[in-house]
Design a protein around this ligand. Structure first.
Ligand SMILES: [Zn+2]
Ligand SMILES: [Zn+2]
Ligand SMILES: [Zn+2]
Length: 141
């Protein structure tokens, strides 16, 4: 994603344009899979903002719906660009390998939940992650 497109998206989400925000956003959108804060630092190399800054930027992206957070089993998180559309992940509880899938079919559940809710008018986002053992880890007992 080029600089202009980044600025466009940032502005569209009420962010002030800063170099670190642009860097993090373009990295996320170019690498089409979930990344950890460390992955992003490595990818940006010498010009990378520090880890705390990246983490803060990612949190604010998640808040505004620009990025998705994928929780790994050790409490760590991965982040990915939200523009890739509705899809979900299976995470290996042993090695954190991630596989993506896009059939989640939650619309029935959402309707039911909303009907029973007294405090919510609409549901705008959902996350749905599955955890298990990957082929490699299932073999090693
Ligand atoms: Zn994904
Ligand atoms: Zn595994
Ligand atoms: Zn879904």
């Amino acid at each position: 994603m080029n600089r202009l497109k980044c600025e466009d998206i940032l502005r569209g989400h009420d962010f002030k344009i800063t170099q670190p925000r642009c860097d993090v956003l373009s990295t996320l959108s170019e690498v089409q899979h979930p990344m950890s804060v460390l992955d992003i630092t490595k990818k940006l190399g010498k010009s990378s903002p520090n880890i705390v800054t990246i983490y803060r930027i990612l949190e604010s992206f998640v808040e505004k719906g620009l990025a998705k957070r994928i929780q790994l089993h050790a409490g760590e998180a991965m982040f990915e660009f939200a523009g890739f559309g509705d899809h979900h992940h299976i995470v290996c509880v042993r090695c954190d390998k991630i596989e993506e899938f896009d059939t989640c079919d939650v619309s029935g559940v959402l309707k039911k939940v909303l009907k029973g809710s007294r405090k919510f008018k609409s549901i705008t986002q959902h996350t749905f992650e599955l955890f298990g053992l990957c082929n490699t880890c299932a073999r090693v007992r």
